[in-house]
Design a binder for this molecule. Structure first.
Ligand code: NDP
Length: 445
């Protein structure tokens, strides 16, 4: 890292002790910025980097709730409103036991640049709780969401901060959260949260958007080498919202998806994933991935080893941060992977990314490849603002054009900075410049 950047980075580490994921996300962006600072001295003079690494506001709150047996639990809620230079804070809520401030800050920081790359007028934020939804009844989930929103409602709003889903927060949770917001405020303010149900303000194609967008981005990367997904062998990690719809779009484009996973293990299905069965187990029954192998003879379940040992042409990590390490990357390269796109946020460790780049593998970083979700959330906000409802085809086509635009912005910026094909550099630099310029234009904020 460049000396000036290193000194800012050291300050970030000192001021935010113990937040390893946040440090990792900042380092990953800073690694790309030396040529930008050299060309634009106003960024250093205006302390733009130091300002960008300090969230505008961080809210931490108590979330008390009662389980079905009457026992009381206390969780911690977070909302980090990171940067509003481009628009209202926008980013999801994550409910997972691993959540702490450092995870929310890494996600919020990434979100700033991702949202900038979409070309939409949205700032960056993220939130969540260390609540573990797994094994909880609908009634428990509802009580938790209501308690969470009872504090969060005062910090959000159509023009302030617009949350959405993430790990552990899907349509059901958004429904309970929105219901409580409406009840407290006496306002049917659709634009306050995205990922809503289709008959009460949600956008068609929002559920599919992140996974579909990641595959559209992959297709754009492949096009640069006159290639496509048709007939390609694909491995997708995770089996949640992003993984399921990445699988669906890859299959629509003629690929064969042969493996997916959850936190208990992974399955390989050489006949190709039966998506209807996967959806039934994961979306309807909220079951475990091993049940897929129990119900399909062509599939086997593994609880040991790694899904990245399954040979493939295209790898789509769609589960969680740091799920694909250097050893996994080496194995994928040995197995002749041609493209990797991050459906999840920061799923590849920095060492893994370096291995892919050195081997000439097309690599799409999360802040570009998974930007389709938040972009379609912005489309949901547009529909809410104009009290309109678009067709699936129209929403999907808008998403497609946005992903082509994100790819083009990354590719052109990488070229401009002398690193053609380096989507990490392209995404970081293009995302950063737009936010930095807006911050300077808006004075010392
Ligand atoms: P879901 O909760 O729907 O699914 C998450 C999936 O990842 C589940 O299959 C889960 O398995 C698995 N998983 C979670 N933690 C681990 C772990 N430690 N090891 C292995 N598997 C794990 O979340 P999403 O699909 O919405 O999110 C997935 C990723 O995509 C996240 O990184 C998220 O930040 C990112 N993302 C999501 C967007 C969206 O629109 N939803 C937008 C942009 C990015 P299990 O059920 O066993 O926990």
């Amino acid at each position: 890292m460049d000396a000036k950047l290193q000194s800012v980075f050291d300050g970030v580490v000192r001021r935010n002790p113990g937040e390893a994921e946040f440090h990792q996300a900042v380092a990953e962006v800073f690694e790309s910025l030396a040529p930008v600072l050299a060309r634009n001295p106003q960024y250093a003079e205006g302390a733009v980097l130091q300002r960008m690494c300090e969230p505008e506001r961080q809210i931490i709150f108590r979330v008390p709730w009662q389980d079905d047996q009457g026992q009381i639990h206390i969780n911690r809620g977070f909302r980090v409103e990171f940067n509003s230079a481009l628009g209202p804070y926008k980013g999801g809520l994550r409910f997972h036991p691993s959540v702490y401030l450092g995870i929310i800050k890494f996600l919020g920081f990434e979100q700033i640049f991702k949202n900038s790359l979409t070309g939409m007028p949205i700032g960056g934020g993220k939130g969540g709780s260390d609540f573990d939804p797994r094994g909880r009844s609908d009634a428990e989930i509802m009580r938790f969401c209501q308690s969470f929103m009872t504090e969060l409602y005062r910090h959000i709003g159509e023009y302030t901060d617009v949350p959405a889903g993430d790990i552990g927060v899907g349509g059901r949770e958004i429904g309970y959260l929105f219901g409580q917001y409406k009840r407290i405020t006496n306002r049917h303010e659709s634009g306050v949260i995205t990922g809503k149900g289709l008959n009460w303000g949600g956008s068609r194609a929002r559920t599919e958007a992140t996974g579909y967008g990641a595959v559209m981005f992959t297709e754009e990367m492949l096009k640069t080498r006159s290639d496509d997904l048709d007939g390609r062998r694909v491995v997708v990690s995770g089996s949640g919202n992003v993984a399921i719809y990445a699988t669906e779009k890859a299959q629509q484009l003629g690929a064969k998806v042969v493996a997916c996973s959850d936190s208990s293990g992974w399955i390989v299905d050489e006949a190709g994933i039966d998506l209807e069965l996967l959806k039934e187990i994961k979306e309807i029954q909220r079951g475990r991935i091993s049940e897929y192998a129990d119900r399909r003879s062509s599939a086997r379940f593994e609880s040991e080893g790694t899904i990245w040992s399954v040979p493939c042409d295209v790898a789509l990590p769609c589960a969680t941060q740091n799920e694909l390490n250097a050893a996994d990357a080496k194995q994928l390269v040995e197995n002749k992977v041609i493209a990797v796109a991050e459906g999840a946020n920061m799923p590849c460790t920095p060492e893994a990314v370096a291995i892919f780049q050195e081997a000439g593998v097309l690599f799409g970083p999360g802040k570009a490849a998974n930007a389709g979700g938040v972009a379609t959330s912005a489309l949901e906000m547009q529909q809410n603002a104009s009290r309109d409802v678009w067709s699936f085809e129209y929403a999907e086509e808008r998403l497609h054009q946005i992903m082509i635009g994100v790819h083009r912005r990354c590719a052109q910026t990488a070229e401009e900075y002398g690193a053609p094909g380096n989507y990490v550099l392209g995404a970081n630099v293009a995302g950063f410049i737009k936010v930095a310029d807006a911050m300077i234009a808006q004075g010392l904020i």
